[in-house]
Design a protein around this ligand. Sequence first.
Ligand SMILES: Cc1cc2nc3c(=O)[nH]c(=O)nc-3n(C[C@H](O)[C@H](O)[C@H](O)COP(=O)(O)OP(=O)(O)OC[C@H]3O[C@@H](n4cnc5c(N)ncnc54)[C@H](O)[C@@H]3O)c2cc1C
Length: 381
Amino acid sequence: MSTETTDILIIGAGAYGLSAAWWIGERDTGARVMVLDAGDFAANGTGSCGAGVRMQWGLELSIGLMTESIAFFEDAEKRLDFPGGIEFKQEGYMMLARDADMLGDFQANVERQNALGVPSRILSPEEALKMVPELNPDLLVGAAFCPKDGTVSPFLWLDALLRAIRRAGAEVRFGTTVTRLEQKGGTIVAQTTKGPVEAAKVLVCTDWAAPQLLAPLGIDLPIEAMPNEAMVTEPWQPVFGPCLVRIEHGLFINQLPRGSIVAVVTRELPKDESSSNHADWLPLGAGLFVETLPAFAHLNIVRNWCHPVSITPDMQPILGEMAVPGLFLAVSAYKGFMTSPAVGRLMADVVLDGRSNHPALAAFNLKRFETGDLIPEPLVI
Ligand SMILES: Cc1cc2nc3c(=O)[nH]c(=O)nc-3n(C[C@H](O)[C@H](O)[C@H](O)COP(=O)(O)OP(=O)(O)OC[C@H]3O[C@@H](n4cnc5c(N)ncnc54)[C@H](O)[C@@H]3O)c2cc1C
């Protein structure tokens, strides 16, 4: 089979791959861009996610990525020329404090966030109940709230990016699996199920599946796949605004604008790359949902799904150029949807220029796992 060529090959058409492709196109360098994906449109982590985007993080680096990303989501309809927009429901994240100790921790987080320009604040139980009257009042001693947080439709986000990058001339192909990467002189050849593709630069955005592509090149990635599960109810009115979080249970609840309610419960599970539901998840997820929102106990659950997320030792991304010249990696560690606007920009810079002045690039390199300079984020849900 003859070898196709391109200047920049991006592997993975999820939020990271498509955002990077868009930002590369924005730089207008004339570089030919090809994106290959093993699956179908949105049949990935991005299409399976809870859709939450938040500035309420604990570390300056995470807050910086999210301040930039949320500003982009606010403007995405115009920036991506996507009439109708990406369904950004910007009505805040409410993190429920179950006791005074947790509320004290939230207060400290809010002070740190405020110092970095995040408009978060502490709510009294009465204020929280006014915003979401269906909340179980017995669970509340207060809450942390940021009105800039919210949810974006992952499907519209991917669609907006895909249409924009195709308009800009990028070649995007689904149903094409990269089986192996090989160094060839100064280029990299991607062996795929549809024939080889040779490129000067290759950006791997395959999330938890990255280790299997990089290991044959001698690059060991401390990335594992952990299953994460969610459910969605039938639509119901009224629609409450904020996303609800019970951090101690890894619970995230979001009512979509059309009324369906999505609940995600993240828990430690044995590492596993499959997308099979776990029999014990639904009673757990539904139980926490009803405990949090008893007024919605009668709703039917329409669907329950599972998808692996990437896990790193400090639950922070791995971004940057690898030891193989021209080979780049962007793996998110379970926040790839919300950080994709900012990470796409910095990855475009590093792929095109070999560097980026974004502090996240210096911090989230692969070497930190050798040196032990891990950067644990305290507000992982
Ligand atoms: C239930 C659940 C809830 C979540 N909630 C949130 C949330 O609220 N907010 C948030 O920010 N994140 C959330 N996440 C995490 C988020 O989904 C991921 O971090 C994010 O989607 C990763 O984006 P990505 O582009 O790196 O990977 P993906 O979207 O998974 O895209 C990777 C792509 O690579 C392709 N691929 C893999 N291997 C190959 C190969 N060899 N050749 C070609 N293509 C390949 C895949 O087909 C896939 O399309 C959640 C995840 C789950 C499962």
